[in-house]
Design a protein around this ligand. Structure first.
Ligand SMILES: Nc1ncnc2c1ncn2[C@@H]1O[C@H](COP(=O)(O)OP(=O)(O)OP(=O)(O)O)[C@@H](O)[C@H]1O
Ligand SMILES: [Mg+2]
Length: 314
């Protein structure tokens, strides 16, 4: 492995499943220490792309290099510094968490005393100390996810690829893992993480890529993606009582591009890049609405995601 190679470099990668499903062409270059958030709706092609990176699915076109090596031609060399936590970990249920990590470490040829230390350290790192000897069959969903991340870390990887690792984790665990991933990246590791938890990715990822129907639709630093969408102002409106008539009136206003009801709020996207809170308040009151609050809304990753899907006609 040459140290100046990109941890992940994929170029015009294409995978076809039958006549109707094409994933790609996708191109991504990921640099060291990045935390790359890979987003996309169900069936967009995230897992398939990840599996091509790991040499588990053969692409029809394009190339994938992991630290400059081809994971199909030389899997051992390409993947020796990679840890992978799959989408649906499928562990032997009769193993305990500790057994599984010990077994994995053995496969990597780690000697017994080092193994004991490593297993203890990983169990602690992912917060499973109280369940280390419990059979995996008796683990909760979140515990299985924790164990999966621990397993991906056994070989002390420089690149950690995780397919929805925090799925099923409680909020405290999510924060714990956010800190863990950040500290792994600060040690110089690279993290590639697919997720549907957009607020989490917004907090965690330095860079973001989004795939929709097999196509990469945006890629960039998290800030640049948010800024691109933040150009459009939006205003969140809270009424005393939700009223469909008012929503319809808001939609008809010349400076409103769209109004979407979300629980007890109306999310109003403007045509103009001006703060039109005062105008909107006046128009709502004139239409008979009882206003509880109005706030200018900074674009979130969720906005970017929803807007992109809408544009793409998904
Ligand atoms: N082995 C397979 N055979 C045929 N089609 C497949 C196969 N694996 C995936 N696909 C199809 O490829 C597309 C992308 O699937 P993929 O699992 O990569 O999506 P994803 O982005 O990971 O979705 P999710 O968010 O639901 O995990 C889907 O249309 C899926 O049905
Ligand atoms: Mg998937």
């Amino acid at each position: 492995m040459s140290s100046d190679e990109h941890p992940i470099s994929i170029h015009k990668l294409v995978k076809r499943y039958g006549k109707y499903t094409t994933i790609g062409p996708a191109s991504i270059d990921i640099e060291r220490k990045w935390i790359f958030g890979f987003l996309g709706p169900n069936g967009a092609g995230k897992t398939t792309t990840i599996r091509m990176m790991l040499g588990l699915v053969r692409p029809n076109e394009g190339s994938v290099k992991i630290f400059g090596e081809d994971p199909f031609k030389s899997p051992a060399r390409a993947l020796e510094n990679v840890g992978y936590a799959p989408e649906l970990p499928n562990f032997q249920t009769f193993f305990s968490g500790e057994d599984l990590l010990d077994f994995t470490a053995k496969l990597y040829g780690i000697g017994s005393s080092e193994r004991r230390r490593k297993v203890r350290e990983l169990i602690e790192m992912v917060g499973l100390s109280d369940h280390a000897r419990k059979k995996i069959g008796k683990y909760s969903k979140g515990m299985v996810q924790r164990l999966s991340v621990a397993q991906a870390l056994v070989n002390d990887p420089e690149l950690l690829i995780m397919d929805e690792p925090t799925l099923g984790m409680d909020p405290v665990a999510t924060i714990h893992f956010r800190d863990l991933f950040r500290s792994l990246a600060s040690e110089g590791r690279t993290i590639f993480i697919s997720s549907h938890q957009l607020d989490e990715i917004q907090r965690l990822a330095t860079h973001i890529g989004m795939i929709n129907r097999g196509q990469m639709v945006f890629q960039g630093t998290t800030d640049s993606v948010l800024n691109a969408f933040a150009k459009k102002y939006s205003i969140e409106v809270e009424l005393e009582r939700m009223d469909d008539g008012i929503v319809e009136k808001i939609k008809e206003l010349s400076y409103v591009r769209e109004a979407r009801v979300d629980a007890n709020r109306i999310h109003v996207t403007l045509n103009e890049t001006r703060d039109l809170r005062a105008d909107l308040a006046e128009d709502i009151i004139r239409s008979g609405g009882r206003l509880r609050g109005l706030s200018l809304h900074k674009a979130t990753l969720e906005d970017a995601f929803i807007e992109t899907l809408r544009r793409g006609g998904s």
